[in-house]
Ligand binder design. Structure first.
Ligand code: FBP
Length: 548
């Protein structure tokens, strides 16, 4: 494989570790824990893994197991920068404990465990991937591990390889499944521990003990560089409005972080749209009014950041999507049998409630077609396939036309649409993510050696220097509550949406009127890997605001 000069230089980067992980590690047990909500339900469902204490690591005498251990790794869900460093952290941690320990990677995500597709990781392989982006070392996938038959097959495959522990590197759904698996193996006394690692660029797997998921930092820095570049172009040419949709699934953390980094003219936050019960038309009106105000100052250009999950937070659209999810689950074959989108739409209208049929019919055809696309394996609408940025451009254009007629707008509106998501998911991890991921992986190896199961690796105090980071483990049951999924109440890790009373959102709300009218763009530039720490090692603005 041909490597770029940066890749070659990055190979020798030594990720920074918290000082407690540099030598022998002593485990300190905190208080027993409770789930965030629905305590008695969760306790009943997880009798063997509920209530365990939070663990933190200190330098000191270790009680870790030095016997030979074999560990299996699974990368689950969408790619996030730093996954390879989680793997190298686990690998180095385990090899340090005993060079005879073996690490296997299950291929192509959780499905690899069930289908017994794996490879043994060796020095040569791991060295090749250190500090690189992507999940290509073993691949990822979105197969859901939720049925006992899958757990039993996985156990059989682990036993054949002498695997004593699995590490599942994934988002909230994957870690929920990891916890169910941990409970199942513990209840069976199967001798296979399960540890989770918090991954997702979306930033929505976080709580009191997990300050951020890995990959969020790098992905946001990549998008912010691109937004900054676009803003500079907009401010130079002064002729386009750029509507930029940002990945992040339901939560708007990515849009919010990028807004704090680049100070665009408009930032839509889905959670606020929902809280204010806004209609799509009101969102459009909000944007159009800012376009008109800037035009009055002679500025017919600007930037609008749009979270990809927006449509799901507009109450009428949310209701429509939920009806469509049910409908498509029950009539998938019939819908797919139609040749044209027109026929599909006509069929769908007959199955929706009268109210939602009207909403559906009022949508532009391309948008309605996108809402009918296949769901993901978790039954979610694939928001990355919905071109909200184009929908908003068309609607803002139509609104401005009306405003012009009414004498409320005198300007030119020409817009470009963008969608940033895949550009950042496999980027070379920032120093923050390279260090954080390596520390998470190393932490997972300690949890395994200490015989723990049902824990998620946790590294906290992330706005301090890496030396001062606090590593440990958090029982996954602590993050759980009961939620309705596919028509039944299920235990799941509580998803963290943007908090409207949180410091990062307040930092946006306090400044957005100023940023809307006065051009106050910030141009963050590309991620720096070499150079002064105040340029290269900065955490996200979200973490900085939250730690104030
Ligand atoms: P995870 O939740 O699995 O980390 O995935 C994140 C994400 O990038 C979302 O932001 C996006 O909506 C989704 O994956 C797209 O996934 P896919 O490429 O599989 O459609």
């Amino acid at each position: 494989m041909i490597k770029s000069p940066l890749q070659i230089a990055r190979e020798s980067y030594s990720p920074k570790l918290p000082k407690a992980l540099k030598g022998s590690v002593k485990i300190v047990e905190g208080k027993n824990t409770e789930s965030v909500a629905d305590q008695s339900d969760i306790q009943k469902l997880f009798p063997n893994t509920y209530g365990m204490p939070v663990l933190s690591f200190e330098a000191g005498d270790s009680s870790a197991n030095n016997e030979v251990m074999n560990v299996g790794l699974i990368l689950s869900g969408g790619q996030a920068p730093g996954g390879h460093n989680v793997i190298s952290g686990i690998y180095d941690g385990l090899k340090k404990l005993n060079p005879a320990n073996k690490v296997y990677g299950f291929l192509g995500g959780p499905g690899g465990l069930v289908d017994n597709k794996y490879m043994e990781l060796t020095d040569d392989i791991v060295d090749h991937y250190r500090n690189t982006g992507g999940f290509d070392i073993i691949g990822s996938g979105r197969t859901k591990l939720e049925e006992e038959a899958q757990f039993d097959k996985g156990l059989e495959n682990c036993k054949a390889l002498g695997i004593n522990a699995l590490v599942i590197i994934g988002g909230d759904d994957s870690n929920t499944n990891a916890c169910v698996l941990a409970e199942y193996y513990k209840q069976k006394n199967a001798g296979v521990q399960v540890i989770g690692c918090p991954k997702t660029i979306d930033g929505d797997l976080k709580n009191e003990m997990i300050e951020t998921s890995f990959g969020f930092d790098t992905a946001c820095k990549v998008y912010s560089e691109l937004i900054g570049n676009i803003q500079r172009d907009a401010n130079s040419a002064k002729k386009y409005w750029h509507f930029i949709k940002l990945m992040g699934r339901s939560a708007s953390h990515i849009a919010l972080e990028c807004a704090l980094q680049t100070q665009p003219n408009v930032t839509i936050i889905s959670e606020e749209v929902e809280a204010n019960n806004m209609t799509l038309d009101q969102v459009v009106e909000y944007i159009a009014n800012i376009v008109a105000k800037r035009a009055a100052n002679g500025e017919n250009f600007g930037t609008v950041l749009i979270p990809e999950g927006l449509v799901e937070f507009i109450p009428a659209m949310k209701k429509l999507i939920s009806e469509l999810n049910d409908l498509l689950a029950h009539h998938e074959e019939e819908v797919n049998a139609f040749e044209s989108n027109k026929e599909k739409r006509e069929f769908v209208v007959t199955k929706l409630s009268p109210e939602m049929a009207e909403v559906f019919k009022s949508l532009p055809n391309t948008f309605a077609n996108q809402l009918m696309l296949d769901r993901d394996p978790h039954g979610n609408v694939q928001v990355s396939m919905i071109e909200t940025e184009k929908l908003l451009i068309d609607m803002v254009k139509a609104k401005l036309k009306k405003m012009k007629k009414a004498g409320l707008y005198a300007g030119k509106f020409s817009a470009q649409g963008h969608f940033f998501g895949y550009e950042g998911r496999c980027a070379s991890p920032s120093n923050f993510d390279a260090d954080y991921c390596y520390s998470l992986g190393y932490t997972a190896s300690v949890l395994i050696a200490e015989g723990k199961t049902g824990y998620m690796a946790s590294v906290r105090n992330l706005t301090a220097s890496a030396d001062e980071w606090i590593a440990g483990g958090v029982p996954v049951t602590m993050m759980m509550n009961m939620e309705r999924r596919h028509g039944a109440m299920k235990p799941v890790i509580q998803k963290a949406l943007v908090l409207l009373d949180g410091a990062p959102f307040k930092a946006l709300a306090d400044n957005r009127e100023d940023w809307a009218i006065n051009t106050k763009y910030v141009y963050p530039g590309p991620i720096q890997y070499f150079g002064p720490t105040e340029v290269c090692d900065l955490p996200t603005k979200t973490l900085i605001e939250e730690s104030k």
